[in-house]
Design a protein around this ligand. Structure first.
Ligand SMILES: [Zn+2]
Length: 286
């Protein structure tokens, strides 16, 4: 009941209550012209825990995946390798959709079926690029001030912290890989490829690379394929320490975000679009 708007509550209601029935994830695939047996996965999660629209977590990521699917599907655009666009379900309940996908499909990679058909139900995973929260980078909480400009103190005499009121000047797109995985070197290389694509093709914001990818659907892939997450901030150090006051809150609705926030999201889209175009050998004009 934290979300007073009944329409938003209905929008955020679960496909089936947890544990009572199946839930679907969704994917579509652009088949590569010359290497249909290899693919890049571009993904985000459909489910939300915002008690409202979950506009940022993770409407922003799903919007990016669908926009890239639209661009790569344009007439006249071909790629040498395949691209699979995936919208996961049940990320918030424990990365269940991505874990299931990895368990069911990791051993099917690169196998043509039926044999000799040239059809590859599960092309080899060249890269997994997960998008989860792309809009909000206002920085660390700051001391709350009273009308006289003095810090507000709590009952123990400690300063009360509150969110800054605008996007920080150092706003950036954070690309993280996991240093503690079996694919660390290849994942780091993928992260730097995204950063190079950002430097050349993104219009407004830089990329920062980090090595602590956590709490999102690329994690189940990290021992099996090069895997990174794309976010507004680092999940462990920054979002986990209170950088986003709308995270999993009823305020995670479209109207919360500013033009600058959406521009940051656009730069994440430009970054992944350019990197995936290079990784898959794209040609033609959308
Ligand atoms: Zn999320």
């Amino acid at each position: 009941m934290a979300q007073p708007d009944e329409k938003l509550r209905a929008l955020n209601s679960e496909q089936t209550p947890l544990g009572t029935g199946p839930r679907e994830s969704l994917y579509c695939t652009k088949v590569g012209a010359t290497r249909p047996d290899e693919m890049v996965i571009v993904s985000a999660h459909m489910d939300g825990i915002g008690y409202g629209e979950a506009a940022n977590d993770d409407g922003s990521g799903t919007a990016l995946v669908m926009e890239l699917a639209r661009v790569f599907n344009a007439p006249g655009v071909a790629t040498e390798r395949s691209i699979r666009f995936i919208l996961w379900n049940n990320e918030e309940s424990g990365l269940n959709g991505a874990h299931a996908y990895v368990a069911q499909r990791k051993d099917l990679q690169g196998i043509d079926s039926p044999k000799g058909s040239g059809l590859y139900p599960e092309p080899k995973w060249l890269a997994v690029i997960q998008h989860d929260m792309l809009l909000f980078d206002d920085g660390m909480p700051v001391p709350k001030l009273d009308a006289a400009g003095k810090p507000v103190l709590d009952a123990r005499g400690q300063p009360v912290y509150t969110a800054p009121s605008a996007q920080r000047a150092e706003a950036d797109v954070n690309i993280e890989f996991q240093v503690n995985s079996k694919q660390t070197d290849a994942s780091a290389k993928l992260a730097w490829a995204l950063r190079a694509a950002n430097e050349k093709y993104a219009t407004d914001y830089p990329v920062a690379v980090g090595n602590r990818m956590t709490n999102t659907d690329s994690v189940p892939f990290m021992d099996h394929a090069p895997a990174v997450s794309v976010r507004e901030s680092e999940r462990g150090m920054q979002i986990g320490a209170g950088w986003n006051p709308h995270w999993h809150q009823p305020t995670d609705v479209y109207a919360t975000y500013s033009d600058k926030d959406f521009l940051l999201g656009l730069n994440a889209a430009q970054t992944t679009l350019a990197a995936v175009a290079q990784l898959t050998g794209a040609r033609g004009k959308p």
